[in-house]
Each structure stands twice: as C-alpha cells, then as structure tokens.
Design a protein around this ligand. Structure first.
Ligand SMILES: Nc1ncnc2c1ncn2[C@@H]1O[C@H](COP(=O)(O)OP(=O)(O)OP(=O)(O)O)[C@@H](O)[C@H]1O
Ligand SMILES: [Mg+2]
Length: 371
C-alpha cells in the first residue's frame, strides 16, 4: 500500500444560505497525516465528506493523485473511511465485516481469507474474527472499523472523530496505534478532530478550521509557536491575552506598555506583521504560560511587571500560578513554572514580579477571529 496525494482546490459547500465550507484549498502530500481541527460547525465533516464523495461540492475541484474525482462516486474513489460511530454491520461477524469491502470489489475467496487475517493481525484482534460487534468493547469495535477501512488497501484513509466516543485513556492508546499503523503502511490520512491534543499527537500538519475556512495550516510546532491569529493561538495550547498599548518600534523589536508602571520590550522575530503597526494604539499581547516567570517583588529586572498571587497549584512535574497584574482587571495570568522550593511557598496575596520573555510575546492588532 502506498499513499496518494489529495488536492482540494477552491472547494465550497453551501446549503441554502449556510456556507459550510468556504473556498478551501489544501494540498495533502502522499503519506502525510493531516488533521482538520476546529470548533463545532467549522466545516470539518463537510470538507471530509466532499473528499470521500458523500457530498457534492457547490464549486471547486478534488483530486486524488493525478485523478480528478470531484464527480466520482464514493465507492470508486478508493478511499477508506472511519466514522465516529463504529458503523460496523451489526448482523455480521468481525471477519465478515472485514471481508465485505473485498467482496464488493470481487476479490477472490482465498485472497479475502488472507487479507482479512492480515487486517485482524494489524489491529491486534487475531482471536476475535468470529465474534459479533456487540461482543466487543468500544475500543475493539473501533479497531475493527479501522481494519475494515484499510483492508482493501486504499491509498487514502479519511477519519471523522474516530475516537470521539472512547474514554481518554483508550483514546490516547488508539492515537498511538493509529499513528504507528499509518506510518508503517504509508497511507495518506485526513483526520477530523476537535481535540487539539489529539491533533498535536498524531499529525504531520494541522489545518485549523474556523467558519468554513482554513485559518492556518502548518506543523504542530509552527502552529504552537507562531500562531497567525488570536483564534489559532487560543485554539492550540493555552494562551494569555492582555490588552496593552503599543508604543512603537525599537532597534530590536517593539515596546508595549502593560500597566502605567511597566513598559516591556518585544522581540521582532515572532511578530513580522507588527511592522505594519505605527504609532501608539491598543493591541493584544499574547504569551504562553510557560514563557512567563515569577520572581520576588523588585527582583524581576527590566521586563518586570508587578503582580499579586491569586492561586498556586502544585502538580508534581510543574506548578500553575494564577497571578493578577496590579492595576489591571481581567482574568489572572496563567503561568506554568517548573516546580521549585521558592515558588511552592508563594501564598495568595503575595506581591511578586512577573517577567515576560521578550522573544515569546505575540502582538495582534485585534482579536480578529472573524466571529
Ligand atoms: N445538510 C446540511 N444542511 C444544512 N446545513 C448543514 C448541513 N450539514 C452541515 N451544515 C452546516 O454546515 C456547517 C458545518 O458543519 P460541519 O458538520 O461540517 O461542522 P463540523 O466542523 O464537522 O462540526 P462538529 O465538530 O460539530 O462535527 C454547520 O453550520 C452546519 O450546521
Ligand atoms: Mg463533524
């Protein structure tokens, strides 16, 4: 089995006045694992259904490899599909479920026998072939669904929240299993999820969807460290947002005023778009919890901002500190720090300095999430 590329060009789907998918273009490489990640209603399923052929696009083009499949029937696209609900045939044994796609394709009996056995082994269910779906756990049923989608060796596998119905522990186990299997087989996967951790764990690239469009596409690391908008910044990982005053450009980057008493510098590297800012204006500063440190009041250096501890939570590997910035209303800053004796003694009400790493501050001209 070898993966094929999937090309989606200017695809749109309208239901009356509702635009479910709005001019999406994406190029999925052969053998790539791409996740579609986004909130409910952002168009993930609709996009996947158009690639599978269960929905016809209002406009645009879909190609698998070099073949235009925009108007090709689903069963002629050679694409495997796994849905959230197990969707196994309840009246067929596991073996018969797996044999079904092969019978449909008129594969001969001996080959069916062999490929079903291989597919069962692939998902570690060798001993379960003669069971009925109801005699399997949720995780086992979903493994069978994955095996059934792969048994006819499609070059492309589409999955719509396949682990959504499982508990967290099983979900994490199957994430690794599916990822390992995908890499071993070299199959191209397009995977819908609204769970950002799942997308980060499994994907080569993630397309973050919002309002029927791709807000940003990139590797997990690039989306996490260089989100292009507040929407993406907030959707992947945890992000603190602060309304601040942009003061202007400096030799190394920019300056912002966080409170009356504190001016903070911001490196240029993360903020290429900030070049467009000119003169004083209000902007959003965004910073991840792990890029803020806490020092005793007065010892934070030039980037220090005065704050007061609201809550301190000890979590073994690290500590979460919620800190209110003095003179600012709004939710407390969420800070994640390595566990240390100094920090573990901090109590509610204690005055501290919070320090923003200047190379980790993002500036956005507004919340701009198009909502
Ligand atoms: N058959 C339909 N008729 C009318 N509107 C539809 C239809 N199918 C989807 N929509 C609308 O299109 C938009 C996108 O829906 P879609 O199911 O693709 O979202 P999703 O990202 O998969 O959401 P979820 O995470 O909840 O599954 C939604 O506003 C939805 O109400
Ligand atoms: Mg959906």
């Amino acid at each position: 089995m070898k993966g094929e590329s999937v090309t989606v060009r200017n695809i749109a789907k309208r239901y009356g006045s509702v635009t479910a998918v709005n001019e999406v273009s994406v190029e999925v490489k052969a053998g790539e694992f791409l996740s579609l990640l986004g909130p409910s209603g952002s168009g993930k399923t609709t996009l996947l259904m158009m690639i599978a052929g269960f929905e016809l696009p209002t406009s645009g083009l879909i190609q698998i490899g070099t073949t235009d499949v925009t108007h090709v029937a689903p069963n002629k696209r050679n694409v495997g599909m796994v849905f959230q609900k197990y969707a196994l045939f309840p009246h067929m044994s596991v073996k018969d479920n797996l044999a079904f796609p092969l019978r449909m394709r008129r594969v001969d009996r001996a080959q069916i026998e062999r490929r079903v056995a291989e597919a069962l082994a692939m998902v570690q269910l060798d001993a379960y072939g003669s069971r009925m779906p109801t005699q399997l756990s949720g995780g086992q049923q979903q493994r069978v669904a994955v095996a059934r989608a792969l048994v006819f060796e499609p070059p492309v596998l589409l999955m719509d929240e396949p682990l959504g119905a499982l508990d967290k522990k099983l979900r994490e186990q199957l994430q690794i299993e599916i990822k390992t299997l995908q890499q071993r087989l070299g199959v191209t996967v397009i995977y819908v999820t609204h769970d950002q951790e799942e997308a980060l764990t499994m994907s080569d690239r993630i397309a973050v969807m919002n309002n029927g469009q791709i807000a940003q596409i990139g590797s997990p690391a690039s989306l996490y460290s260089e989100p292009a908008s507040p929407f993406v910044a907030e959707f992947i990982g945890k992000m603190n947002f602060l309304p601040v005053e942009y003061l202007g450009a400096t030799k190394t980057g920019h300056e912002i005023r966080v409170t009356e008493a504190s001016i903070v510098s911001v490196d240029r590297s993360l903020n290429p778009h900030a070049q467009a800012l000119s003169g004083r204006q209000s902007v959003q500063a965004a910073i991840r919890p792990e890029n803020i440190s806490v020092a005793t009041r007065g010892s934070g250096g030039p980037q220090a901002i005065a704050g007061t501890i609201d809550t301190s939570i000890y979590l073994g590997t690290h500590q979460i500190l919620l800190v209110n910035i003095d003179g600012l209303s709004g939710p407390p800053l969420h800070i994640q720090a390595p566990t240390s004796r100094n920090l573990s003694t901090l109590r509610r009400g204690e005055p501290v300095d919070v320090v923003f790493q200047s190379d980790s501050i993002h500036l956005f001209s507004d919340r701009g999430d198009g909502q």
